[in-house]
Write a protein that binds this ligand. Structure first.
Ligand SMILES: C[S@@+](CC[C@H](N)C(=O)[O-])C[C@H]1O[C@@H](n2cnc3c(N)ncnc32)[C@H](O)[C@@H]1O
Length: 159
């Protein structure tokens, strides 16, 4: 099983970096996780709709260039499908069972994901109807992937 997380922009906050490192280390007992960062585009506050589209499109090109054709892509999106941690574990397990050995999670930049990425995605996953900063989303996601492996292995985890 090869799991990647593609995200836009460099992770700057120390506390997020150390949280992600911690869960990546814990996950190491179950699977390897590749953290792929693609460059973000400058997005000043006052962008027109057209300019926002350009920013998201440029970021999308960089994201799509990192995804291989045989990868199962899960795009993180607020309007995606919500699931329980147990369901996520089950879904990852069935992907492994059916030979989809490459799973790629994609987290958008500050403006979100371009439609082209959403079209490439096999599913859209929502963590709630609230908006999280993309860098914090990385930490939440890696913890949930770790939790999913604990659940799959029948190991204890905090409820
Ligand atoms: C700051 S948010 C982008 C907000 C943007 N207005 C949108 O609607 O996508 C950056 C990225 O974090 C992820 N994200 C933020 N909140 C999320 C949530 N509740 N569920 C799933 N993904 C989320 C998405 O991938 C999103 O593209």
């Amino acid at each position: 099983m090869n799991i990647s997380i593609i995200s836009v922009g460099k992770l700057k906050e120390k506390y997020l970096k150390s949280g992600i490192e911690e869960y990546t280390k814990r996950l190491g007992s179950y699977t390897k996780i590749n953290e792929i960062e693609v460059a973000d585009e400058k997005a000043p506050e006052q962008l027109s709709e057209a300019d926002m589209e350009i920013v998201k499109k440029k970021e999308a090109e960089r994201i799509l260039a990192k995804i291989s054709p045989d990868a199962y892509v899960i795009a993180l999106a607020i309007d995606g499908k919500m699931k329980t941690s147990e369901q996520l574990a089950k879904d990852i397990e069935s992907l492994m069972t059916y030979g989809r050995s490459k799973i790629v999670f994609v987290i958008g930049g500050s403006l979100g994901l371009h439609d082209e990425v959403l079209k490439r995605a096999d599913e859209k996953l929502s963590f709630s109807k609230m908006t999280f900063p993309h860098q914090l989303m990385r930490l939440i996601l890696v913890e949930q992937v770790y939790r999913a492996f604990r659940i799959m292995k029948g190991e204890p985890y905090h409820k």
